[in-house]
Design a protein around this ligand. Structure first.
Ligand code: ATP
Length: 453
């Protein structure tokens, strides 16, 4: 049974080193979390799976890693400085501040129930920076609130350095920052989070076809690669479209409190490339970087065959990596009744997602031969380069099993006296708790098979 409440995951994350509260010893900072030893591994595995699907498995998408801090002008001309905001409502009675479109009832305060509320006002979500000694405190840069814009402004750089025919895409994974009014739901809504976004540039006449294509590709990835059951996912088409969008759909996951967004697929038309083309030329002309209008540059595409030059449309896929990790943990979480008043918590992750691929446990630690064999086995398994292999040097076997069940290690391998006699070790499987003895030299092959799943 998956987790019934996000609180189960919060407790497990803290207890076992997946996620900690940011700045915790100084009282924390709303919407900022630190990823611990196992959280970083799980995030890395999700990122790699996305990168594999988006880049390594295809010919038509390139990778990019743009700066997190960028010139204020970029965010002015992208339209974010003027309109990347949420409607903020304040309660005149208790002072609570809420995002109007996320309130339970827009006529009442979420905190105290009062109906005495302010009119909504636009609350800017971008985090401004003052960079360099000359800035004197004035905002001249922003932390990016999405990866998308930092991809659009590199459209020409990528295309000029690696020519492509349409359609082609540019993918990025990286941090984004939003001054959210009310961070909530653990890592669901944070102020610093991670996005995996891909911008697919298409001929305008093909936009509807590729919008459908990416909708289906992305849903299939959640089901077939991450292993989220199809009935826990759904599409939610946007009824109210953003001014630049022709179509938009959310992929939603059934969190314990209800369905909510984990990814968006958007048809952004030529809005972004078009507005940056216009804006950068105005900027360059006014700064006298360009001589005259004839020398302006275009974020456009030239079709070598037809000779046509046009601004491509963009189909965007935008996933929250932290939300993916949360959904994966909720699905994998299980509390099992073992009878006799005993129970265990187990994270039934797909082994390729597991933070630790195998743990080697010397059953007796004061017998040098057993310790040596354990070390040798660890070395051999590390040569497989499949991720983290742990050597357990403390705690009793029961505690070790419990810890590895909770962090989702698919298999524990124990080395004992019998190993010295017949060269076998015990494999103890996480999900079934079955224990089987196998020859030590067969373990690497067995583990390779396990982590493929
Ligand atoms: P929302 O409506 O929830 O504020 P959004 O529609 O603005 O989100 P996008 O800009 O489309 O979100 O971002 C793409 C993805 O990034 C979202 O589907 C989500 O998974 C993730 N994301 C957005 N905001 C946050 C946040 N504050 N914390 C964690 N993940 C986020």
């Amino acid at each position: 049974m998956p987790a019934k409440s996000v609180n189960d995951i919060v407790a497990l994350c803290k207890r076992r080193g997946f996620i900690f509260t940011g700045s915790e010893i100084y009282g924390g900072l709303g919407g900022a979390y630190d990823y611990g030893p196992y959280g970083v591994e799980l995030m890395r595995n999700i990122r790699n799976a996305w990168w594999n699907a988006m880049i390594y498995a295809r010919n038509d998408i390139e990778g990019l890693d743009a700066a997190l801090i960028s010139n204020r002008l970029m965010w002015k001309y992208s339209g974010h400085e003027g309109s990347f905001s949420d409607p903020l409502v304040e309660c005149k009675k208790c002072g609570a501040r809420m995002r109007q479109d996320k309130m339970k009832d827009q006529t009442k305060c979420d905190n105290c129930g009062s109906t005495d509320l302010t009119e909504p006002r636009a609350y800017q979500l971008m985090m401004g920076l003052s960079i360099g000694a000359m800035a004197d405190g004035a905002i001249n840069a922003y932390l990016r609130p999405e990866t998308a814009t930092t991809t659009y402004v590199n459209f020409k750089n990528v295309l000029d350095s690696k020519p492509h025919k349409l359609p082609f895409g540019i993918a990025q994974i990286g941090k984004a920052f939003r001054n959210e009014i009310s961070p909530r739901g653990f890592v669901f809504r944070m102020r610093e989070f991670e996005q995996a976004e891909m911008q697919y540039f298409v001929n305008p006449s093909d936009d509807e076809k590729y919008f459908e294509y990416w909708k289906n590709e992305r849903l299939a990835w959640w089901i077939n690669v991450l292993g989220i059951p199809a009935e826990k996912l759904r599409f939610l088409p946007h009824e109210k479209l953003a001014h630049y969008a022709k179509a938009a759909v959310d992929i939603e996951y059934a969190f314990p409190d209800g369905f909510d967004e984990v990814e968006g697929v958007h048809n952004r038309q030529d809005f972004d490339l078009g507005s940056h083309t216009k804006a950068q030329n105005e900027f360059k002309l006014s700064a006298k970087v360009l001589e005259n209008k004839d020398s302006t540059t275009k974020l456009s595409y030239s079709d070598a065959q037809t000779g046509e030059n046009f601004v491509p449309y963009v189909i965007e896929t935008a996933m929250g990596v932290n939300r993916a990790m949360l959904a994966i943990m909720i699905e994998a979480y299980d509390e099992e009744d073992l009878g006799d008043g005993k129970s265990r918590t187990v994270l039934k992750l797909k082994p390729w997602l597991s933070p630790v691929k195998a743990a080697v446990i010397p059953l007796v630690r004061n017998v040098p031969e057993i310790v040596d064999l354990s070390n040798k086995l660890v070395d051999d398994l590390r040569k497989l380069a499949i991720g983290r292999i742990e050597l357990e040097n403390s705690g009793n076997i029961g505690k070790n099993y419990r810890r590895h069940d909770e962090i989702g290690t698919p298999v524990c391998i124990t080395v004992d006296h019998q190993t010295l006699e017949d060269g076998t070790v015990t494999l103890r499987y996480r999900d079934t708790m079955d224990q089987v003895r196998v020859k030590t030299d067969e373990v690497p092959q067995k583990l390779l098979e396990i982590v493929k799943q």
